[in-house]
Design a protein around this ligand. Sequence first.
Ligand SMILES: Cc1cc2nc3c(=O)[nH]c(=O)nc-3n(C[C@H](O)[C@H](O)[C@H](O)COP(=O)(O)O)c2cc1C
Length: 183
Amino acid sequence: MNKIGLFFGTETGTTRLIAKKIHKLLGDDNAAKPVNVNRTTPEEFLRYEALILGIPSYGDGALPGRSVNCIEANWEEFLQQLNETDLSGKRIALFGLGAQERYADTFASSMMPLYRALKDYGAEMVGDWSIEGYQFKHSASVENGRFVGLVIDQRTQGMLTDERLKAWVGQIKPALVIVQPDG
Ligand SMILES: Cc1cc2nc3c(=O)[nH]c(=O)nc-3n(C[C@H](O)[C@H](O)[C@H](O)COP(=O)(O)O)c2cc1C
Protein backbone atom coordinates (compact mmCIF):
# COMPACT_ATOMS: atom_id res chain seq x y z
CA MET A 1 0.00 0.00 0.00
CA ASN A 2 1.78 3.12 -1.21
CA LYS A 3 -0.59 5.67 0.22
CA ILE A 4 0.01 7.04 3.70
CA GLY A 5 -2.38 5.51 6.23
CA LEU A 6 -4.17 8.09 8.38
CA PHE A 7 -5.67 6.91 11.66
CA PHE A 8 -6.94 8.80 14.68
CA GLY A 9 -8.55 8.26 18.06
CA THR A 10 -11.07 10.79 19.31
CA GLU A 11 -13.53 11.43 22.08
CA THR A 12 -15.16 14.67 20.95
CA GLY A 13 -14.20 14.90 17.27
CA THR A 14 -11.32 17.39 17.30
CA THR A 15 -8.64 14.90 16.34
CA ARG A 16 -10.85 13.73 13.45
CA LEU A 17 -11.13 17.31 12.23
CA ILE A 18 -7.33 17.71 12.23
CA ALA A 19 -6.88 14.35 10.48
CA LYS A 20 -9.22 15.56 7.73
CA LYS A 21 -7.17 18.74 7.32
CA ILE A 22 -3.99 16.69 7.01
CA HIS A 23 -5.65 14.47 4.42
CA LYS A 24 -6.64 17.53 2.43
CA LEU A 25 -3.11 18.94 2.58
CA LEU A 26 -1.58 15.66 1.36
CA GLY A 27 -4.25 14.97 -1.24
CA ASP A 28 -6.08 11.75 -2.13
CA ASP A 29 -3.18 10.51 -4.24
CA ASN A 30 -0.82 10.49 -1.27
CA ALA A 31 -3.00 9.70 1.73
CA ALA A 32 -5.88 7.35 2.49
CA LYS A 33 -9.05 8.75 4.04
CA PRO A 34 -8.73 9.17 7.84
CA VAL A 35 -10.10 6.23 9.82
CA ASN A 36 -11.07 6.09 13.50
CA VAL A 37 -8.99 3.46 15.31
CA ASN A 38 -12.14 2.18 16.98
CA ARG A 39 -13.51 1.25 13.54
CA THR A 40 -10.53 -0.56 12.08
CA THR A 41 -8.50 -3.72 12.50
CA PRO A 42 -4.78 -4.39 12.94
CA GLU A 43 -4.82 -5.98 9.45
CA GLU A 44 -6.07 -2.77 7.85
CA PHE A 45 -3.54 -0.69 9.82
CA LEU A 46 -0.65 -2.98 8.89
CA ARG A 47 -1.32 -2.62 5.15
CA TYR A 48 0.48 0.74 5.24
CA GLU A 49 4.24 1.26 5.22
CA ALA A 50 3.89 4.93 6.18
CA LEU A 51 1.39 6.22 8.68
CA ILE A 52 0.20 9.44 10.30
CA LEU A 53 -1.55 8.88 13.61
CA GLY A 54 -3.56 11.36 15.67
CA ILE A 55 -4.15 11.16 19.40
CA PRO A 56 -5.98 13.45 21.85
CA SER A 57 -4.71 13.82 25.42
CA TYR A 58 -6.70 12.61 28.39
CA GLY A 59 -4.53 12.58 31.50
CA ASP A 60 -0.82 12.57 32.18
CA GLY A 61 1.06 10.07 30.14
CA ALA A 62 -1.91 7.73 29.73
CA LEU A 63 -3.26 6.50 26.42
CA PRO A 64 -6.80 7.71 25.75
CA GLY A 65 -9.32 4.94 26.23
CA ARG A 66 -11.60 3.32 28.75
CA SER A 67 -8.98 3.32 31.57
CA VAL A 68 -9.08 7.13 31.64
CA ASN A 69 -12.89 7.20 31.41
CA CYS A 70 -13.21 7.84 27.68
CA ILE A 71 -16.61 6.78 26.38
CA GLU A 72 -15.24 5.77 22.99
CA ALA A 73 -12.62 3.09 22.45
CA ASN A 74 -9.38 4.84 21.52
CA TRP A 75 -5.65 4.09 21.20
CA GLU A 76 -5.60 2.12 24.43
CA GLU A 77 -7.93 -0.49 22.97
CA PHE A 78 -6.33 -0.47 19.52
CA LEU A 79 -2.81 -1.02 20.88
CA GLN A 80 -4.14 -3.99 22.84
CA GLN A 81 -5.42 -5.46 19.57
CA LEU A 82 -2.13 -4.72 17.82
CA ASN A 83 -0.58 -6.88 20.49
CA GLU A 84 3.08 -5.94 20.01
CA THR A 85 3.08 -6.78 16.29
CA ASP A 86 6.48 -6.16 14.72
CA LEU A 87 6.39 -2.73 13.03
CA SER A 88 9.93 -2.84 11.60
CA GLY A 89 10.17 -1.01 8.29
CA LYS A 90 7.18 1.24 9.00
CA ARG A 91 7.59 5.00 9.20
CA ILE A 92 5.18 6.78 11.52
CA ALA A 93 4.50 10.44 12.36
CA LEU A 94 2.29 11.45 15.27
CA PHE A 95 0.13 14.48 15.95
CA GLY A 96 -1.37 15.09 19.35
CA LEU A 97 -4.22 17.28 20.55
CA GLY A 98 -4.15 19.07 23.88
CA ALA A 99 -5.23 22.17 25.75
CA GLN A 100 -2.24 24.08 27.19
CA GLU A 101 -4.11 26.59 29.35
CA ARG A 102 -6.47 24.19 31.10
CA TYR A 103 -3.97 21.28 31.24
CA ALA A 104 -0.66 23.11 31.61
CA ASP A 105 0.83 20.33 33.75
CA THR A 106 -0.06 17.46 31.44
CA PHE A 107 -0.08 19.21 28.08
CA ALA A 108 -0.47 16.85 25.11
CA SER A 109 0.99 14.11 27.26
CA SER A 110 -0.86 11.15 25.75
CA MET A 111 1.34 11.22 22.66
CA MET A 112 4.30 9.80 24.57
CA PRO A 113 2.93 6.35 25.48
CA LEU A 114 1.85 5.84 21.86
CA TYR A 115 5.25 7.01 20.60
CA ARG A 116 7.08 4.68 23.00
CA ALA A 117 4.94 1.67 22.16
CA LEU A 118 5.29 2.07 18.40
CA LYS A 119 9.02 2.63 18.69
CA ASP A 120 9.32 -0.45 20.92
CA TYR A 121 7.51 -2.48 18.27
CA GLY A 122 10.17 -1.41 15.76
CA ALA A 123 8.65 1.53 13.87
CA GLU A 124 10.81 4.42 12.68
CA MET A 125 9.31 7.53 14.22
CA VAL A 126 9.45 10.84 12.30
CA GLY A 127 7.87 14.28 12.63
CA ASP A 128 9.13 15.76 15.90
CA TRP A 129 8.22 19.40 16.52
CA SER A 130 9.54 22.48 18.35
CA ILE A 131 8.04 23.40 21.73
CA GLU A 132 8.40 27.09 20.86
CA GLY A 133 5.17 29.05 20.66
CA TYR A 134 3.34 26.95 23.27
CA GLN A 135 2.89 27.91 26.93
CA PHE A 136 2.77 25.03 29.37
CA LYS A 137 4.48 23.80 32.52
CA HIS A 138 4.95 20.15 31.70
CA SER A 139 4.37 17.72 28.88
CA ALA A 140 5.27 14.01 28.96
CA SER A 141 5.57 14.23 25.16
CA VAL A 142 8.84 16.19 25.15
CA GLU A 143 12.08 14.35 24.40
CA ASN A 144 15.43 16.09 23.94
CA GLY A 145 13.66 19.45 24.15
CA ARG A 146 11.18 18.75 21.36
CA PHE A 147 7.67 17.30 21.11
CA VAL A 148 7.77 13.78 19.70
CA GLY A 149 5.11 14.83 17.17
CA LEU A 150 3.10 17.85 16.08
CA VAL A 151 1.02 19.36 18.87
CA ILE A 152 -2.26 21.08 18.05
CA ASP A 153 -4.30 23.07 20.56
CA GLN A 154 -7.65 23.97 19.05
CA ARG A 155 -8.94 25.45 22.27
CA THR A 156 -6.23 28.06 22.93
CA GLN A 157 -4.33 28.39 19.65
CA GLY A 158 -6.78 27.37 16.95
CA MET A 159 -5.69 30.34 14.85
CA LEU A 160 -2.23 28.79 14.52
CA THR A 161 -3.46 25.35 13.45
CA ASP A 162 -3.46 25.79 9.69
CA GLU A 163 0.06 27.20 9.51
CA ARG A 164 1.36 24.53 11.90
CA LEU A 165 -0.23 21.80 9.82
CA LYS A 166 1.16 23.19 6.60
CA ALA A 167 4.69 23.41 8.00
CA TRP A 168 4.58 19.96 9.60
CA VAL A 169 3.09 18.21 6.57
CA GLY A 170 5.82 19.83 4.45
CA GLN A 171 8.39 18.50 6.92
CA ILE A 172 7.15 14.88 7.05
CA LYS A 173 5.99 14.43 3.47
CA PRO A 174 9.41 13.56 2.00
CA ALA A 175 9.87 10.86 4.66
CA LEU A 176 6.43 9.34 4.19
CA VAL A 177 5.53 9.57 0.52
CA ILE A 178 6.89 6.61 -1.37
CA VAL A 179 8.07 7.62 -4.80
CA GLN A 180 7.02 5.10 -7.43
CA PRO A 181 9.89 3.97 -9.61
CA ASP A 182 9.38 4.82 -13.30
CA GLY A 183 7.69 2.19 -15.40
C1 LIG B 1 -11.61 15.07 30.85
C2 LIG B 1 -10.59 15.72 29.96
C3 LIG B 1 -9.24 15.54 30.24
C4 LIG B 1 -8.27 16.16 29.44
N1 LIG B 1 -6.94 16.00 29.75
C5 LIG B 1 -6.02 16.67 29.02
C6 LIG B 1 -4.65 16.60 29.37
O1 LIG B 1 -4.26 15.95 30.35
N2 LIG B 1 -3.75 17.28 28.61
C7 LIG B 1 -4.13 18.03 27.54
O2 LIG B 1 -3.29 18.63 26.89
N3 LIG B 1 -5.44 18.12 27.17
C8 LIG B 1 -6.38 17.46 27.88
N4 LIG B 1 -7.70 17.55 27.52
C9 LIG B 1 -8.05 18.34 26.33
C10 LIG B 1 -8.25 17.47 25.10
O3 LIG B 1 -7.09 16.70 24.80
C11 LIG B 1 -8.55 18.37 23.89
O4 LIG B 1 -9.78 19.03 24.12
C12 LIG B 1 -8.60 17.61 22.58
O5 LIG B 1 -8.73 18.52 21.54
C13 LIG B 1 -9.72 16.60 22.54
O6 LIG B 1 -9.63 15.88 21.34
P1 LIG B 1 -10.85 15.00 20.81
O7 LIG B 1 -11.99 15.96 20.52
O8 LIG B 1 -10.35 14.38 19.54
O9 LIG B 1 -11.22 13.99 21.83
C14 LIG B 1 -8.67 16.95 28.31
C15 LIG B 1 -10.04 17.10 28.05
C16 LIG B 1 -11.00 16.51 28.85
C17 LIG B 1 -12.45 16.73 28.53
